[in-house]
Write a protein that binds this ligand. Structure first.
Ligand code: PLP
Length: 339
């Protein structure tokens, strides 16, 4: 099967497995796992933050950050398409006891003017606005990258109103490769950043959240409370170190593959509106004749290709480490032959 359902379906290759076998480990709850410590130091340095914390999943990294930045009853400002809002099981309410002010942005990206207008006044009737969460790349936005000028304006609004700014960077490496930005500029602007290792980076699991030393001190306690304090996590952290050393620049290939598939799709009458393909995610409408997301994905499945219907009108396809040029060629051919 050629699996475009998500970039979470990657399997560790021989190099990554070797890195796991050779990992030095210890008890990370005692902060004595050398591989976890190395990965955390590497990540903090990469983004120019003081400290980092290895977590089992991106969801846990985000939820920890939100909990550290807020008090129960606070309000979190984010896009109405944000992963932290629509795909984390109501975690903001459950874990932080905070509520969400969801803004309708462009492909999951919000503006400084929208953020400023959403901040509650200092009034007992109102929830205290304390945190803004951005997502880069934006998953439901088709893997789009934030306009950096807008991010800087949002930062300025946060500074003026004393709001914390968190980045859900599950696919931040995709954004960095696509834009050529320096990762440290992110560290300068965001109070906390989460990244996923279990997506395009190709690890079986894992995520890292970064912030100030004080932020990580609190984050470590919350990770423990959530049951995310792991023991010999170094076997897994070793995959993260391997991915940092080997799998960042190659994300460019995933982006190229996504563009090739987009081209093949845009030749077809059944392809409706497609979100601009900036990185490794394609989101497009399928309609006309016998075609809808259901019939489209079942046809591909019979050809050994998996795609995902994400709404009654839209299909999502995601390229990743385990998609080869030959698989992309085959996929384009199958699409070309569809009536
Ligand atoms: C996948 C994802 C996460 C977290 O995912 P986990 O599966 O919990 O690691 C967070 N944010 C975005 C935008 C994602 O795509």
């Amino acid at each position: 099967m050629i699996d475009f359902r998500s970039d979470t379906f990657t399997r560790p290759g021989p190099g990554m497995l070797q890195a796991m076998l050779q990992a030095e480990t210890g008890d990370d709850v005692f902060t004595e796992d050398p591989s976890v410590n190395k990965l955390e130091a590497m990540m903090a340095d990469y983004f120019g933050k003081e400290a980092a914390l290895y977590c089992p999943s991106g969801t846990m990294s985000n939820q920890i950050a939100i909990k550290v930045h807020t008090l129960p009853g606070d309000e979190v400002v984010c896009s109405n398409l944000a992963h932290v809002y629509i795909y984390e099981g109501g975690g903001i309410a459950f874990n932080a006891g905070a509520q969400v002010r969801a803004l309708e942005g462009d492909r999951g990206m919000i503006t400084a003017a929208q953020v400023e207008a959403a901040i509650n006044p200092d009034d007992v009737h109102k929830a205290r606005t304390s945190l803004v969460c951005l997502e880069n790349t934006s998953n439901r936005g088709g893997g789009c990258c934030y306009d950096w000028e807008e991010v800087l304006k949002i930062k300025e609004v946060c500074r003026r109103h004393q709001l914390a700014l968190h980045l859900d960077g599950a696919r931040l490496f995709n954004a960095l490769v696509a834009t050529g930005q320096d990762p440290r500029t992110y560290g300068q602007v965001f109070d906390s950043i989460s990244v996923c290792l279990n997506k395009g980076m190709g690890c079986p699991m894992g995520s890292v959240v970064m912030g100030s030393r004080e932020f990580i001190y609190h984050a470590r306690r919350i990770r423990k409370k959530l049951g995310g304090g792991l023991r010999q996590a170094g076997f897994m952290a070793a995959t993260g170190i391997y991915a940092m050393e080997n799998n960042i620049q190659r994300l460019q290939e995933d982006h190229q593959h996504a563009k090739q598939i987009a081209q093949a799709l845009l030749e077809k009458d059944f392809t409706g509106h497609m979100l601009p393909v900036e990185t490794n995610i394609l989101i497009f409408e399928v309609s006309g004749g016998a075609w809808n997301p259901g019939t489209f994905t079942s046809y591909l499945k019979k050809e050994g290709i998996l795609a995902m219907a994400i709404s009654p009108t839209q299909v999502r396809m995601v390229t990743h480490l385990d998609i080869t040029p030959e698989m992309v060629e085959k996929t384009c051919q199958v699409i070309a032959e569809m009536a």
